[in-house]
Design a protein around this ligand. Structure first.
Ligand code: GLU
Length: 504
């Protein structure tokens, strides 16, 4: 590594909602930047004006805010190397395209789509390169005045990069090592289009990485085939000395087989592939991790371990742990299966770790949807009593917890739990229990226990399950003292009374 300050970037093309694979790419960039005391830049690559979706930019920014991935510079963050939106950098690119043209490293080509199509039909595996460029309509074969006349007449053209064949190009990849390919297999990529006066991805990407002083390019595996071209562009510009190092991250694969993870897999198996819910122009709604009830810390932890792990068996890792332990060179080369069930497990673990105060609002929302309004402290208390009951999502609490707020109104005598636990002596036991409880001024867990435990012990009674039948109406819920303390004396006695009357 050279001794420049580490600067990495996440550079999405805002064509729609950010795919979860893109989130992982951003996360790895973030971890890498933080652990090197470096900077993370947010650049918008919107040179493909036809595919640009306005809402996508805000969506991406909001996603990272939610996940706790902070950028140091870029669109919406500011910085002194902007603008950070490529569509606002046209003049800059023009200058660099002209430089390549002047130095004979690029050329102008007038071939229309129809002409290119015809060549493809004529020549098998046609590629615009050193073998074919002399057969085409470009500034390498046409006289200069003819080229100029065509441009002046308004003819559309593209600028192509002139790739010299027969050279081994080396990509220095931190994950894959030295990736070598021969330049002969590359085609003369289009760098600029006169039609919209915009550069293509390749040119803008390299110019910006250079001007923004990017030291490491960490991105998805799908960009690996472009990397040799990028290396050649760096050299053509004379920037080889400050060429970034590359890291091409492993693909995210389908949970149940080979091939790239897609939105369809999520729809089919029931998990989101986007961080936030996305509302498309056509009214379609795509599920998001946030709206589906995932905690951002769980999503970060889950994604961080798709393609990398610190070794050992610790899986629960905070952002700080990840920053400390992350090692880009230890990422796998092979694709990572998107084990969404593991993602749910992470959410469960993070629910257990997360303060009930933080969890309560999500449950409060569900309670309100069910017509229940409670002080938030009581909602918090229920979350605290019940979150360890193997729930993956807060929404799963409702069917487990309804009885905290709604007293039983009927008892199903066929219910196995009730049948087994409401025996002949149940009514009598409950009357005795009610009497003891009624005598308590302090209805705390401790106070109840001090009064009820000795009674149960000396009489040999086991009132717990019948008590549960009375308060819950089913075989679920927390410890009885906890539940009774939550309900309070009056409600507890009322429910016991009702059960005795109803069940007898
Ligand atoms: N705009 C590209 C993308 O959408 C950036 C690729 C890169 O990081 O070089 O992923």
């Amino acid at each position: 590594m050279d001794n420049r300050k580490v600067r990495v970037r996440f550079a999405p093309s805002p064509t729609g909602p950010l795919h979860i694979g893109g989130v992982r790419t951003a996360l790895y960039n973030y971890l890498f930047a933080r652990q090197h005391g470096g900077e993370l830049i947010f650049r918008i690559e919107d040179t493909d004006s036809q595919r640009f979706v306005k809402a996508a930019e805000d969506y991406i920014i909001e996603s990272f805010k939610w996940l706790g991935i902070q950028f140091d510079e870029g669109v919406s963050y500011g910085g002194d190397k902007g603008p950070y939106r490529q569509s606002e950098r046209r003049e800059i690119y023009k200058k660099y395209v002209d430089q390549l043209l002047e130095e004979g490293k690029a050329y102008i080509a007038f071939d229309t789509p129809e002409e290119l199509q015809a060549k493809r039909a004529e020549i098998e595996n046609f590629q615009y390169d050193a073998h074919t460029r002399h057969m085409m309509r470009n500034s390498l074969v046409m006289p200069a005045d003819e080229v100029q006349a065509l441009i002046d007449s308004g003819a559309q053209y593209v600028v192509r990069f002139k790739i010299e064949p027969g050279e081994d190009v080396h990509v220095d990849d931190m994950i894959r090592g030295d990736v070598k390919i021969n330049s002969s297999i590359l085609d003369d990529k289009v760098l600029f289009k006169s039609a919209d006066q915009l550069p293509t991805y390749h040119l803008a990407n390299i110019v910006d990485d250079h001007l923004m002083e990017i030291t490491h390019v960490i991105r998805g595996e799908e960009w690996l085939p472009s990397a040799p071209l990028h290396v050649l562009l760096y050299r053509a510009f004379g920037w080889a000395d400050t060429m970034p190092r590359f890291a091409h991250l492993p693909l995210l694969l389908k949970p149940d087989g080979k091939g790239k993870l897609s939105k369809r897999d999520g729809d089919r198996l029931g998990f989101p592939v986007f961080p936030l819910e996305w509302h498309g122009d056509n009214g379609e709604v795509a599920a998001g991790y946030r709206e589906n009830g995932y905690l951002p810390e769980a999503v970060v932890n889950f994604l961080a371990l798709l393609g990398w792990n610190p070794g050992g068996d610790q899986e629960i890792l905070s952002m700080d742990d990840l920053i400390r332990l992350f090692d880009i060179t230890k990422c796998s080369k092979a694709g990572a299966k998107f084990d969404y069930v593991k993602g749910q497990w992470f959410n469960r673990e993070y629910i257990l770790k997360t303060d009930n105060k933080v969890l309560a609002p999500a449950f409060d929302k569900i309670l309100r949807e069910n017509g229940i309004e409670q002080p938030i402290e009581r909602v918090e208390a229920v979350v605290g009593m019940m979150k360890m009951k193997k729930i993956n999502f807060i929404k799963e609490l409702w069917p487990l917890c309804d009885f905290f707020f709604i007293a039983p109104t009927t008892f199903d005598r066929e219910d196995k739990f009730i049948r087994k636990n409401w025996k002949e002596n149940a009514a009598e036991d409950m009357r005795e229990l009610a009497e003891i409880l009624a005598g308590l001024d302090d209805f705390s867990i401790e106070s109840q226990r001090a009064a009820v435990d000795p009674w149960a012990e000396t009489t040999g009674k086991k009132p717990w399950n019948a008590w549960r039948v009375a308060l819950v109406g089913a075989g679920k819920g927390p410890d009885m003292y906890e539940l009774a303390a939550f309900l309070g004396k009056e409600e507890t006695l009322r429910r016991i009374d009702f059960a005795v009357e109803t069940l007898g």
